[in-house]
Write a protein that binds this ligand. Structure first.
Ligand SMILES: C[S@@+](CC[C@H](N)C(=O)[O-])C[C@H]1O[C@@H](n2cnc3c(N)ncnc32)[C@H](O)[C@@H]1O
Length: 284
């Protein structure tokens, strides 16, 4: 039978005691911190699929796609600890406690996180907590959104003559604090920027990149629900991306790819003249 729990039903009773006990006695269970990839279940690693097959319980985030969740075995319990920007129904410390508590019951616990657990995923915080509680754990990497979204549209994150490096950047700071980044370093015409969680701040991000020297016509690709059947995307440029994304009215997670490589995207809405010169220089 498939069991679906929310964190409220699981509750916090006894967590402190079990965690203290866990620190004293090594638990028999194991937690797998598994990357679910960007959405397409075919992008899961073989190891991730094998972990899911033997899971007793799966603790998952909002970003894990329904297609990936469909691979959770019927008999495994599911606990949703979904997070949304500015709205965290389950605080991180309670998720950490939950993992320790579940593993102490000799269970195979899969902590399923969108993309890669260690890229803007707080998987490393969970790993540290598990280690301190003497719980055995293993990290199974996943394809991160930047790789999945870019590849699904034929965009190389690096390309000879267009981008000599790539940087994964968060577009959102803790408690909506001001974006205090290395703007001169980020505004490098030969670097591809993959901006995660940047939707609310894309106007500010684009403005700062222009102010620090990037050309206003630098291509920007915005991908929503990348790699899934719900995928949508817009190819724009730095001085127009905020308006174009607002008009696109996306309804899911959005990743921005900033840099000349973005112009190589196929199947974009609307196909933009900005790409012609860049495609010519890349292929010529
Ligand atoms: C909290 S971060 C988690 C990143 C994740 N650990 C990874 O490696 O992809 C969430 C952000 O990832 C990006 N993201 C994740 N999946 C995506 C998808 N399928 N399409 C577009 N963006 C995605 C969005 O920028 C979203 O706001």
């Amino acid at each position: 039978m498939r069991c679906v729990y929310t964190w409220r039903r699981v509750g916090t009773k006894g967590v402190g005691f079990i965690n203290r006990l866990g620190r004293a006695l090594k638990s028999n269970g194991k937690v797998y911190l598994v990357g679910a990839g960007p959405g397409d279940p075919e992008l899961l690693t073989v190891k991730a699929v094998r972990c899911l097959e033997r899971a007793d319980v799966v603790v998952y985030d909002r970003l894990v796609s329904p297609e990936v969740l469909a691979l959770v075995p019927q008999g495994a319990a599911r606990i949703c600890v979904g997070k949304q920007p500015s709205h965290h129904p389950v605080p991180q410390n309670e998720i950490n406690d939950l993992l320790v508590r579940l593993a102490s019951g000799n269970r195979c616990v899969v902590r399923l996180k969108g993309g890669d657990p260690f890229i803007f995923g707080r998987g490393s915080e969970e790993a540290i907590e598990l280690s301190q509680a003497n719980v055995d754990y293993e990290v199974i990497p996943g394809i991160t959104a930047a790789q999945g979204c870019a590849a699904s549209l034929g965009v190389p994150l690096t390309h000879r003559g267009l981008a000599t490096s790539v940087r994964y950047v968060t577009g959102h700071c803790r408690q909506d604090a001001e974006l205090d980044f290395d703007w001169p370093g980020l505004a490098d015409k030969d670097t591809t920027l993959a901006v995660y969680m940047g939707r609310a701040n894309i106007a500010e991000i684009a403005g700062k990149l222009i102010a620090h020297g990037l050309d206003t016509a630098t291509p920007v690709l915005a991908v929503c629900h990348g790699t899934t059947e719900r995928a949508r995307n817009v190819l724009s440029q730095l001085d127009r991306i905020a308006d174009d994304v607002a008009n696109a009215d996306f309804s899911g997670p959005v990743l921005f790819i900033v840099g000349k490589v973005a112009a190589l995207a196929r199947s974009v809405e609307p196909q933009n003249a900005v790409s012609d010169d860049i495609v010519a220089s890349a292929t010529g």
